[in-house]
Design a protein around this ligand. Structure first.
Ligand code: FAD
Length: 488
């Protein structure tokens, strides 16, 4: 029996954790280690920090919760500030560890870090065990080589749906080996220690994300069983205001407080015990999108983060600091964009519908570099995940895994379809509260003066041949769709 290190990154749980289970079964002493890389909190070239306050707070709550879970099983979490490639060899030397186990990641920076660590581990006489478990679909079951991954989602989905069975989640080891003598666990850093401003709770917040495995299970239980919302997921999933319109599991999935297979198991159990319908299928479908972007990242390497994207399309973007900042602050003058951007900054979450709308606005109306938008999402989102974030942004920008050119989301149409009574924009932008719905989406047309920022740009012309508004929608909002001829 030997001493082993389990390296935690975006797998901050004890259940369904293959590296932990593997070393718990074979080691006399065990070191679960989490490294806080200060580089993750430094400013980016776009002029803001890489990790914002809400994301940092959720991350550290999740790390602290992991420590509690490990302690309950006789272990602990060793937390160090620094790069894993420096820290892990140091801990190996102090403890005499001979095994290192970790979950493999898909994005390029994480893989480069893994390579550096595997090389350093070999120099210390350690054996590295790398396991791919972050997807529903086991990588070894893929019916194609990663290099031959379909360039669009549908053929990928069809191939895996028809041929692959998803493994079930593994149980938690009831007891874990202790830390070796002489290793101090260390403390979880505070936001202030990392130079991150602590965010205040915004009174408009409708849903609170509680970091950690227990918080993730609580939300899953609530959404699926107590509120019974999985039954109608397909009909509600485009909602922006009501927290239960979607699962909101993404922050726990992104940090690995929940594994995708745990969520998949829960859907299957619900199908057996309550109902199997298009909605239960659709949540599995969305989880396959998550898988797909992981495999895309693995295949794309650094191109996922470059202007030309995984499809290597040479599109030109412009840079306008003032316009970009107005988008980030949610002060573009277009309420549907502003409400979503303010929700993101205030809470660290935005619905998928909102993400598509604000991305289209940045890319098609402001024509700003998609990587700036992706970087802002990276800083803000509690569910930030390099594969899903850069994969979706590249897709929206027309340089990713979509055969069509970038899709344009006309604000008027989005407002009519997804916020027809203006409840969403009125909630996030109280200045618009007393306006009729159409004016709340177009305050520059309001009959009474309203204190609202002026529009920062004209919208792109409505593409020819598109359908007109449904008759129940006030006609003046249609001006929005073709307002490029009307200067803001
Ligand atoms: P649900 O609708 O309940 O879906 C369940 C789960 O399916 C999600 O938690 C997520 O894991 C997965 N999923 C759903 N849609 C997608 C998708 N389009 N791509 C990948 N996985 C998906 N998702 C992230 O997890 N992290 C990101 O950094 C991220 N950045 C995005 C950036 C842009 C520009 C866009 C358009 C989408 C992004 N998404 C990202 C995908 C999606 O918006 C979120 O996963 C979803 O809104 C999370 O809310 P939910 O858990 O309630 O989703």
């Amino acid at each position: 029996m030997t001493t082993g290190i389990v390296w935690f990154r975006t797998d901050l749980r004890v259940a369904d954790h293959a590296p932990l289970a593997r070393l718990a079964a074979s080691c006399r002493a065990l070191l679960p280690v989490y490294c806080v890389d200060p580089g993750e909190f430094m400013p980016t070239r776009w002029g803001f920090g890489r990790t914002g306050g809400n994301r940092a707070r959720f991350l550290f709550a999740t790390v602290a919760a992991l420590r509690d879970q490990l302690r309950q099983r006789g272990s602990d979490l060793v937390v160090r500030v620094g790069r894993a490639r420096d820290i892990l060899p140091e801990i190996a030397q102090q403890s005499g560890a001979k095994l290192l186990a970790y979950h493999q990641e898909a994005a390029i920076d994480e893989r480069v870090e893994e390579q550096a660590i595997v090389a350093a581990a070999a120099q210390c006489g350690m054996t590295a065990i790398a396991l791919w478990e972050h997807t529903l679909v086991p990588i070894e079951s893929l019916p194609f080589a990663v290099d031959a991954l379909p360039t669009t989602f549908t053929p990928f989905r069809k191939a895996v749906e028809s041929r692959i069975s998803i493994p079930s989640a593994k149980p938690v080891p009831p007891k874990l080996p202790p830390l070796p003598q002489g290793i101090e666990p260390g403390s979880v850093p505070t936001l202030a220690e990392l130079g991150v401003e602590s965010p205040a709770t915004d009174p408009r917040t409708l849903f609170h994300f509680v970091g950690g495995e227990a918080g993730g299970h609580e939300r899953m239980c609530d959404y699926v069983w107590r509120r019974d919302r999985l039954r109608v997921y397909k009909e509600t999933r485009n909602g922006m205001l009501q927290p239960d319109d979607v699962s909101r599991l993404s922050p726990w999935l992104a940090l690995g407080a929940l594994s995708p297979r745990q969520v998949h198991d829960e859907i299957i159990r619900y199908e057996v015990e309550r109902v199997q319908n298009q909605s239960t299928y659709w949540l599995k479908f969305e989880l396959l999108w998550r898988d797909y972007f992981r495999f895309v990242a693995l295949r794309a390497g650094s191109s996922l983060f470059q202007r030309w994207g995984p499809m290597r399309r040479n599109k030109r973007w412009r840079w306008d600091e003032a316009l970009f900042r107005a988008w980030c602050r949610g002060e573009t003058g277009y309420p549907l964009v502003d409400a979503n951007m303010q929700e993101l900054a205030a809470t660290g979450y935005m619905s998928n519908r909102g993400r598509q709308i604000v991305a289209s606005f940045l890319l098609n109306d402001l024509e700003i570099d998609w990587r700036a938008g992706a970087a802002w999402f990276e800083a803000m989102l509690l569910d930030y995940d390099p594969c899903s974030n850069y994969g979706n942004w590249a897709y929206a920008a027309g340089v990713g895994n979509d055969p069509r050119p970038a899709r344009y989301f006309a604000l008027s149409k989005q407002a009519k379809n997804y916020d027809p009574d203006g409840a969403y924009v009125k909630h996030w932008l109280p200045a618009l509260r007393d306006l009729p719905a159409a004016e709340a989406h177009a305050p520059w047309l309001a009959q009474v003066p309203v204190a609202y920022p002026p529009r920062i740009t004209a919208l792109r012309a409505k593409p020819a041949g598109k359908t007109s508004a449904p008759s129940r929608w006030p006609a003046q909002l249609d001006l929005l769709a073709s307002s490029s001829s009307r200067s803001p």
